[in-house]
Design a protein around this ligand. Structure first.
Ligand SMILES: [Zn+2]
Ligand SMILES: [Zn+2]
Length: 328
């Protein structure tokens, strides 16, 4: 066979993999194309080798898999983090723990910057190192949260990316710890809250009206004084609170959400609601239920017209208030 090896064919081989009647022939097809310079796009050389690595490993041939992974790294000197992670995992599973951990540890900082780098966690978990995997996830969450706390002026894109990473890392960590039979800790609770919020946002796409809880200025200030623990789940200033609310609405709307609106919370109202329900007023769930209970009292629909008074109660026109502020 002297055909060019296309990316489609590599993908097809990857899908067949060890399920195929003759995995060795697939490996040979990949490796010979690399040997003979027949990879259609030379940038796919490492990819072709890593698919072969996967088939070999599934066949139990760890030594050959390791040799090919090492070769994949050399073939892609500029972009080989994934190949190095694969090699690190293979070293661990070949009993070469120190070398394997050295390879993976060198890549560990990627967990804080590259959403795809959870492949490091997969390698650790597959090698029976779930404890280390959890420890690394905890460290990455600590670092990203610290970064978002200190970089108040990060761009919106950077904030969105940090939020997406926190979501992904927290879910992975939550699931690993659950497999290990560990009780929920603070980050597990965060993972649950984020998942619930995400489900909530998705639900909002089909049943309407979707409302967000908003605290008018005086109420927001009173809220943080009355329940200092609210500072954990709310921004420090009312300005940031209204921006957060506006952004959440913009995002829901961008995902196709319609029939959106706000309900205005009051401190006394929440206190009374929590007392009736016998629940903690600072609990995320209580706040959700309180918001739902306000629907009947009146929903401020969103968005207002550009020249209408802003929903936040500032008295300014929407186009001069929350509309530009949330996008700045
Ligand atoms: Zn949970
Ligand atoms: Zn406003």
């Amino acid at each position: 066979m002297s055909d060019l090896l296309t990316a489609d064919r590599i993908e097809e081989i990857g899908a067949l993999g060890f399920e195929s009647p003759d995995p060795a022939a697939l490996v040979a097809e990949l490796v010979s194309a690399v040997d003979e310079g027949r990879v259609a796009d030379p940038a796919d050389t490492g990819y072709a080798l890593l698919v072969a690595v996967d088939i070999l490993e599934q066949a139990g041939d760890l030594a050959d898999a390791l040799a090919l992974a090492t070769r994949a790294i050399a073939e892609q000197p500029d972009d080989n983090a994934y190949a190095r992670a694969v090699r690190g995992g293979l070293l661990l599973r070949n009993g070469r723990s120190d070398e394997g951990m050295a390879e993976l540890t060198a890549l560990r900082p990627l967990l804080e910057t590259d959403p795809a780098a959870v492949y490091l966690i997969d390698e650790l978990a597959e090698s029976g190192r779930g404890d280390t995997a959890v420890e690394w996830l905890t460290g990455a969450l600590d670092a990203i949260l610290e970064r978002t706390r200190t970089q108040q002026h990060a761009s919106e894109d950077a904030q969105d990316e940090a939020a997406a990473m926190i979501y992904g890392l927290a879910q992975r960590r939550h699931d690993l710890r659950e497999e290990q039979g560990l009780p929920h800790d603070e980050y597990d609770n965060l993972a649950d809250r984020l998942r619930a919020a995400s489900n909530h946002a998705l639900d909002a796409l089909d049943d309407g009206p979707a409302t967000l809880l908003f605290w008018p200025k005086a109420e927001f200030d009173a809220l943080l004084v009355r329940w200092p623990a609210m500072a954990d789940s709310h921004p420090p200033t009312w300005d940031e609170h209204r921006i957060t609310v506006e952004r959440a609405l913009v995002e829901t709307s961008a995902r196709g959400g319609t029939d959106l609106g706000l309900v205005n919370g009051t401190v006394d109202g929440l206190a009374a609601f929590a007392e009736r329900a016998g629940s903690d007023p600072t609990d995320e769930e209580t706040l959700d239920e309180y918001a739902d209970s306000l629907d009947d009292a009146g929903i401020t629909s969103w968005p207002p017209g550009r020249n209408d008074t802003c929903w936040c109660g500032s008295g300014a026109k929407y186009k001069k208030c929350c509309l530009p502020r949330s996008r700045g």
